[in-house]
Design a protein around this ligand. Structure first.
Ligand code: 13P
Length: 250
């Protein structure tokens, strides 16, 4: 049915040389994996060199962000087209760190999603509530706003190239992962939202990843949940053995 995706978001880590050798280690260690889609997202400066290391392997390369214009006077930004040129086939969009630290709005995120899909790349749309929002019982409202905002104006056809990542902010980098039940509840809610916005078939086909302190010792329980189709991994994606164990979840 839905092919699982395990994606490593390297965030602001690794020099070009470090990223290259790490990527080569992953290619060797994961050469026999064919039933899971594997994506890695190094920093921009390492993309094209890492891309060369991935040649001939099924590992896919993703950008950690993009700007919703192809070219022009946008100092410091990168377009999906340029990420594609560097070897990427996917872009992570709307990560909570960008929403929080850089003030990205659902509207901007929606433009990035559209530009990425228009460039024939996979958009990985991140959503997730903060601890305060969860404690105030607003988690599902926040998810509804982020999903509706991020997916506004898309067609069911475009949704075929879109992946959603549910990353509760309180679970990111804290070691405090969502319980299997908490994650499943959010994923099932998100799938219901997609069904309402598009149709049941689109919702059934849409892959929804969980992110937030995914580790070798909790990945199996998370992946056993009906609506969890993969993981977006931060810290544990920076260690070859941990990331490989997560890719080889039971
Ligand atoms: P951690 O796995 O380090 O909690 O990070 C999750 C994340 O933000 C992935 O995008």
């Amino acid at each position: 049915m839905r092919t699982p995706i395990i994606a490593g978001n390297w965030k602001l880590n690794k020099t070009i040389a470090e990223a290259e050798s790490f990527a080569s280690e992953l290619v060797t260690a994961l050469a026999d994996v064919s039933d899971v889609e594997i994506i890695i997202a190094p920093v921009f400066t390492a993309l094209s060199r890492v891309s060369a290391r991935l040649t001939g392997s099924p590992l896919r390369l993703a950008g950690q962000n993009c700007y919703p214009q192809e070219t022009g006077a946008f100092t410091g930004e990168l377009s999906p087209l340029m990420l594609k040129d560097a070897g990427c086939s996917a872009v992570i969009i709307g990560h909570s760190e960008r929403r929080q630290l850089l003030g990205e709005s659902d509207q901007l995120i929606n433009l990035k999603v559209k530009k990425t899909l228009a460039t024939s790349m996979t958009a990985i749309l991140c959503v997730g509530e903060t601890l305060e929002e969860r404690q105030a019982d607003q988690a599902l409202d926040v998810l509804a706003r982020q999903i509706k905002g991020g997916l506004a104006g898309l067609s069911a056809q475009q949704m075929l190239d879109l992946v959603i990542a549910y990353e509760p902010v309180w679970a990111i980098g804290t070691g405090q992962t969502a319980s299997d039940e908490q994650a499943q509840e959010a994923h099932s809610f998100i799938r219901g939202l997609v069904a309402g916005l598009f149709n049941q078939e689109t919702a059934e086909a849409c892959r929804i990843l969980y992110g937030g302190s995914v580790k070798p010792d909790n990945v199996d329980g998370l992946m056993a949940q009906t609506d969890i189709d993969g993981a977006l991994v931060g810290g544990a994606s920076l260690k070859v053995a941990d990331f490989c164990r997560i890719v080889r979840f039971n």
